[in-house]
Design a protein around this ligand. Sequence first.
Ligand SMILES: NC(=O)c1ccc[n+]([C@@H]2O[C@H](COP(=O)([O-])OP(=O)(O)OC[C@H]3O[C@@H](n4cnc5c(N)ncnc54)[C@H](OP(=O)(O)O)[C@@H]3O)[C@@H](O)[C@H]2O)c1
Length: 247
Amino acid sequence: MTQLQGCVALVTGGNRGVGRAIVDELLARGAAKVYAGARTPAEADVPGAEVVQLDITDPAEVAAAAEHCHDVNVLVNNAGYHANTRLVVTPDPDAARREMEVNYFGTLEMTRAFAPVLGRNGGGAIVNVLSVAAVVPAAFMGGYSTSKAATWFLSAITRAELAEQGTQVTSLVLGSVDTRMAAHVEGKKEDPRDIARAGLDAVEAGVQTFATDKMAVDSMAAHQADPEGFERLLGRLLHVTNLRAPG
Ligand SMILES: NC(=O)c1ccc[n+]([C@@H]2O[C@H](COP(=O)([O-])OP(=O)(O)OC[C@H]3O[C@@H](n4cnc5c(N)ncnc54)[C@H](OP(=O)(O)O)[C@@H]3O)[C@@H](O)[C@H]2O)c1
């Protein structure tokens, strides 16, 4: 279990979307300090937080953040990238590499850099913001799904490796959320503030993997009940989904 009141947290991609909602919710729960990672701090307006320069794919910026934010005991790996193209038959074959660089390697570098910081500060917690597409192969977002699946394994392996120093690792499995990343998505989308509240409740309860919303709960259950049938269903969605670059 992790008490968030009085914690010192760093949220990557804390300038907008789900990350910004998590920053606000941490502050509302009485966090002593929240660092909001941002690639362009000059454009980031995050009241109550200290904005820090942080592109998670830049090793020098990751190292500088780990040195500057030495008091952190809760790391929220939220920053993510969705190229919105197909994986195999695609006009943009480099997209999968870009998704892997941010969603997997960036999260891995942050985890490596902050593991000793968390260890020195009593163990603390890592929160990885994942997606249904991490646990269910979603063909209509193939490269993104693959990169989030890698990060899903990263969560479990981090949990095992850092158990000795008492670091809690919570994976948040999100459905569809109303942010810029999902601007092209039709249908019901959750309010990021609800995702932040549900997710941080799970962190405080010490949950390892938590589906934050109905779509995530239903999708995981459907996949568990009939993996091959559900994958065929998602494959069919490929042909009705509008795959275009997000604005
Ligand atoms: N929206 C959904 O439906 C949905 C569903 C499932 C999971 N998620 C996950 O939720 C998390 C937050 O996404 P969101 O929906 O809030 O999307 P968003 O509004 O597009 O925000 C993405 C955030 O990540 C930051 N970011 C991107 N690349 C980065 C990098 N290399 N280094 C540091 N920061 C970087 C962005 O910074 P800039 O402002 O500089 O671009 C922005 O702050 C992601 O991990 C995403 O995969 C979202």
